[in-house]
Design a protein around this ligand. Structure first.
Ligand SMILES: Cc1ncc(COP(=O)(O)O)c(C=O)c1O
Length: 309
């Protein structure tokens, strides 16, 4: 069972002087602190996946990720909690096995299989998934990022955590967007009077919108918040971190990492500065966690900063 230690995540008001000066009211939903081992959105993405897998009699979960994947890290922990076996199919070579993310995953009992980039590209092909299912008939196969209809259903519950902290006193929810499943869930959990704005962390214009639409169509509920994805702040691509982003993260009063939360907070800062977000707006930022990944990114950030000095 996955049991958070508290019923709801904290919602904190941010007193960050540049934002206060522009009269934008910003609160942060601290999903990063809600369930430390299943940081951020991972608890919500995995809870129904694991209980479904167990209820259907599967004894193993299989999923896919990069060498620093938050999803692989969380899945390893969740599978251990459920007493299930776990196989992580990892992009790259065996040299990554000793990194902090994959060391944790193995310590929680996950078995790793390293695959080439070309094999990894096939991760969502029905034929490839079918061949895995034939090889492991006892396994529930979860897509990369944990993103499927069960994850969207779980992420819809994030809206209750916002309401618990703020009632109806907010206009727009901002969150980082990798596959779009979390955005789809949050939009589903909120009424059409609210706005959800996803900040794309990778180059995915068009594709991400189609993915969110696909997720929304999979879940039988046609009332949801208005939603949009902003593509101006991916900084060149997934896990790319330039000096401006590294500086912002270093100076911000809340702990951020550069792949998801850093890009989200940086985007809001730019939107407030350019008045794309108007004074008087009441914003909720979802801190979707992923701080474990900082262990692989800190050296890159430090290098960027040192080179700029
Ligand atoms: C920390 C963190 N935040 C945000 C996301 C993006 O979520 P999604 O892929 O559902 O868009 C991810 C990836 O799952 C993540 O690991």
């Amino acid at each position: 069972m996955l049991s958070p230690t508290q019923p709801y995540a904290a919602v904190e008001a941010i007193s960050y002087e540049p934002w206060l000066a522009k009269q934008v009211v910003v609160s942060v939903l601290r999903l990063d602190q809600f369930f430390p081992q299943l940081s951020g959105n991972k608890y919500f993405k995995l809870k129904h996946n694991l209980s479904h897998a167990q209820a259907q009699g599967y004894s193993r979960v299989i999923s896919f990720g990069g060498a620093y994947s938050n999803h692989i890290h969380a899945l390893a922990y969740a599978a251990q909690q459920y007493g299930m076996q776990a196989l992580g199919i990892i992009r790259g070579d065996h040299g990554y096995a000793a990194n902090p993310t994959l060391s944790d995953a193995q310590a929680w009992g996950m078995q790793l299989q390293f695959v080439s980039r070309s094999e990894y590209k096939r991760r969502a092909e029905p034929e490839y998934v079918r061949s895995l299912q034939q090889q492991y008939p006892d396994a529930w196969v979860i897509p990369e990022g944990g993103s499927n209809a069960l994850a969207v259903q779980g992420c819809a519950e994030i809206a209750e955590h916002i309401r618990q902290g703020l009632g109806d006193n907010f206009d727009t929810v901002l969150l980082p967007c990798g596959t779009g499943a979390t955005l789809a869930g949050v939009a589903m959990g909120l009424p059409p009077s609210k706005q959800v704005l996803g900040v794309a962390v990778l180059k995915g214009e068009g594709y991400l919108e189609a993915e969110v639409q696909r997720y929304l169509a999979q879940v039988a509920n046609n009332s949801h918040a208005k939603w949009q994805i902003c593509h101006d702040y991916h900084g060149g691509g997934y896990a790319k971190c330039d000096v401006a982003l590294a500086r912002f993260i270093n100076n911000f009063p809340i702990a951020l990492e550069p792949v998801y939360s850093g890009k989200l907070f940086f985007a809001l800062d730019a939107m407030i500065n350019s008045a794309a977000i108007a004074p008087g707006s009441r914003i909720v930022l979802i801190h979707t966690g992923g701080m474990q990944g900082l262990r692989g990114m800190q050296a890159i950030m430090d290098k960027r900063l040192a080179a700029a000095d």
